[in-house]
Design a protein around this ligand. Structure first.
Ligand SMILES: [Zn+2]
Length: 364
């Protein structure tokens, strides 16, 4: 993985200069090598063709042996029509989606997703992994420091890739009237744009395509991996709709036992309009926002050593994200009843395993 970091740094420069033309799929595929457990790789544009060839298109990795993968070139229908169809489905597969990189500055989530893609094998059901949900956000940085320790992307989509300038303010879809509007730049925040709009700006289109990916593949449980600043109440937490708090509570016990890290639960509410877990949850998907602590936030200070940070070293954050995947997949399954269990092999058993991988000294 040492190579990975170097490639990342160099590519970022390349992408900023070629911002208008580069394809997000090629960018992400240069960072990760699919392991033997990956059955298929599709582009997100298979779920919304207008994303094809843009910096917003991004690969979707399918692990597991389930036959029905997706519906390509399906007629454009509303998410609610597809949800009705989903509820009629008699599928007994347990399909889980792991989404990361909605905010490209929150690097531990994408790295955890890359671990799964490179190491894991799945049986009994299907695991869908989107490691860089907003590939455009990974191509630019708001930091102007000349010699950063680690160069990484930003929270919002690259403005050079969007269809036009930001509006004066932004109101997430389905936000209640009592909620104040957000600043205009939040129109490029993927995690305020769900369930998305196929005719909206590109950030909204990725949200739509990801929601469609989940619905068409009958996803039962979905995780969105993020990081929060040290001063945020969200650091080291799982946030979910009230109806899924029991599932999260069970997972927290397991996470704390395995990692010795104190985790907390937060119940989401109306002000989370446009967030992935809030909107996917309305569609009947057990959806969870997972937050580790990112020591460089909120300013994305590139002079902070994220890799060997004293308070929250990168290895710990990646390991805990992976423990959270294991715990939530299992605890959501307990509640689902008559499904076949999803077995994920290849998750790390220790932080040391993850550290070797991050530093490129993994034994094969
Ligand atoms: Zn985030």
């Amino acid at each position: 993985m040492r190579k990975f970091f170097l490639a990342w740094l160099v590519l970022l420069g390349l992408f900023v200069s070629q911002a208008q033309t580069e394809d997000g799929v090629a960018f992400v595929m240069s960072e990760v090598k699919a392991g033997e457990g990956v059955e298929k790789v599709l582009s997100l544009s298979a779920f919304l063709s207008s994303l094809e060839g843009t910096a917003f298109d991004t690969p979707v990795f399918f692990l597991g042996d389930s036959p029905a993968l997706h519906v390509k070139n399906a007629p454009e229908r509303s998410i609610s029509e597809e949800t009705t169809e989903k509820q009629d489905s008699s599928s007994t597969d347990y399909t889980v989606a792991i989404v990361a990189g909605a905010h490209a500055n929150e690097i531990a989530g994408s790295l955890a997703a890359y671990w799964i893609i490179e190491h894991c094998r799945v049986s009994g059901g299907k695991l869908i992994v989107v490691p860089r949900a907003n590939a455009s956000a990974a191509t630019w940085s708001t930091s102007k420091v000349a010699a950063p320790i680690l160069h990484y992307g930003a929270r919002l989509s690259n403005p050079a890739h969007e269809k036009g300038p930001d509006p004066g303010f932004f109101i997430p879809f389905d936000a209640s009237e009592s909620l104040p509007s957000l600043s205009g730049q939040e129109v490029r925040n993927l995690n305020r744009q769900y369930p998305g709009d196929p005719t909206g700006n590109y950030t909204s289109q990725i949200a739509y395509a990801i929601t469609r990916l989940l619905v068409q593949n009958h996803v039962r449980t979905a995780l969105d991996l993020h990081e929060a600043s040290p001063g945020s109440s969200l650091a080291w937490s799982i946030i979910t709709r009230p109806e899924y708090l029991d599932v999260a509570a069970l997972a927290v016990l397991q996470i704390e036992e395995e990692t010795e890290k104190s985790f907390h639960l937060e119940s989401s509410r109306d002000e989370f309009a446009g967030y992935s877990h809030w909107e996917w949850g309305k569609l009947g998907i057990r959806a969870f926002l997972v937050e580790t602590l990112n020591p460089a936030q909120p300013s994305d200070d590139p002079t902070i050593d994220q890799i060997f940070n004293d308070k929250a070293p990168l290895v710990e954050r990646v390991f805990i994200h992976l423990c959270t995947v294991k715990a939530l997949v299992a605890s959501a399954y307990e509640e689902l009843g008559d499904l076949v269990a999803l077995n994920i092999e290849g998750l790390p058993s220790s932080k040391e395993e993850v550290q070797k991988w991050l530093l490129g000294i993994e034994e094969n």
